[in-house]
Ligand binder design. Structure first.
Ligand code: GDP
Ligand code: ZN
Length: 345
């Protein structure tokens, strides 16, 4: 190669056709199309066939936690190897579009089991800073067991969780929401932040804004609990569609949307809403690992009479049941544990 004039002269050796890789974060995806935010622009990208084949994010073996099992390539066709929040390296095609070549290592991921006969892991979002579980104080009535399911999901993923109770304007009298005060106290005592909000009177909105600032948050909550309203209150001008009162049954899967996206916050940070969330099968852990994901159980683990074989159900000499009797573990949380345990076995 002659470079005496300061530039490379063509030789017989083929030049590497690879263009330089640019890195960015996935902010939206919809059926194989991705929007990537790079430092100075947003680039629509596809994904390389190589990546689809090479990537081994296929599944979480249902019998193990945190250990990935590689499925045959045939089996992973349906699973998208790129998640919202992923940092990726892409090739700039020069026409304003790009092609994703590589997913950079994740700091965490929140997954659910994809529907179907084989247990495939579907990563909803990667690299999140916090999960925000959203429940309405009323209309629809909060389901604390579902909250515990979300909190376990966050614990499994190693993601901090925050609880937001919306529509506080609907519960001016204590009798409007029996059990709400107790639940708020229960979760605060466990160390989870609980924010009480209303889009009607504006309470808690500044607090939520401060907690969302400069972080990537994933919202978990059934449709109708007020997630869009909350985001609209945080970001006036966003104009997310809010469902009219009385349109269909609250809390039943209304969304059919397949896309997921990050809503950017003007103060910095972003929020991923989860339309079309199936509430079931969010995660799989081994039944014997479940107690670990209830933080208040941890001091008692290993103290049971039957040791590691105790599932803390009806065995004699169970330290967890003892903790329930002492009041160190609350009854509703223990019941949630038993319910989840039953689903898993
Ligand atoms: P999403 O499905 O979780 O996004 O819920 P939406 O934001 O679409 O809200 C569902 C319904 O709850 C709508 O009728 C909203 O007007 C109503 N809503 C949302 N936030 C509040 C609130 O703070 N107070 C009251 N009273 N209603 C609310
Ligand atoms: Zn036990």
């Amino acid at each position: 190669m002659n470079t005496s004039h300061g530039y490379a002269v063509e030789t017989d050796v083929p030049q590497d056709p690879e263009l330089p890789l640019v890195t960015g974060a996935v902010i939206r995806k919809d059926r194989g199309r991705y929007l990537i935010r790079a430092s100075d622009r947003v680039v629509p990208c596809s994904i390389s066939a190589m990546l689809r084949k090479r990537l081994i994010y296929p599944t979480r073996d249902p019998a193990s936690l945190g250990h990935f099992e590689v499925l045959r390539i045939d089996d992973i066709k349906a699973i998208d190897p790129v998640a919202i929040g992923d940092n990726v390296a892409f090739v700039d095609a020069g026409d304003g579009t790009g092609m994703i070549k590589e997913v950079l290592p994740r700091k965490n991921q929140i997954s659910r089991l994809a529907a179907g006969p084989i247990p495939l892991e579907q990563v909803l979002v990667a690299n999140v800073d916090q999960m925000v579980a959203v429940f309405a104080a009323a209309r629809p009535k909060p389901k604390w067991h579902l909250l515990d399911r979300y909190l376990v999901t966050a614990e499994v993923a190693g993601v901090p969780a925050l609880i937001c109770i919306t529509k506080m304007d609907l519960v001016n009298a204590r009798s409007d929401a029996p059990g709400l005060d107790a639940a708020v106290r229960r979760y605060r005592a466990l160390g989870y932040g609980v924010v009480l909000t209303s889009c009607e009177d504006g309470r808690g909105i500044d607090e939520v804004r401060a907690m969302f600032k400069d972080r990537l948050s994933i919202l978990m909550g059934k449709s109708g609990v007020g997630k869009s309203s909350l985001l609209n209150a945080l970001e006036p001008g966003l104009g997310l569609r809010v469902r009219a009162v009385g349109s269909g049954s609250v809390g039943k899967g209304r969304h059919t949307t397949t896309h997921l996206e990050t809503v950017p916050l003007s103060g910095g940070g972003g929020v991923v809403d989860t339309p079309g969330m199936r509430e079931l099968a969010l995660w799989r852990a081994r039944p014997e690992e479940l107690p670990w994901f209830f933080p208040e159980f941890r001091p008692s683990l290993g103290e049971c009479k039957y040791g590691a074989s105790c599932v803390h159900d009806s065995e004699p000499g169970c330290a967890i049941k003892q903790a329930v009797d002492n009041g160190d573990v609350s009854v509703p949380r223990y019941e949630s544990y038993l319910k989840l345990l039953k689903e898993m076995s």
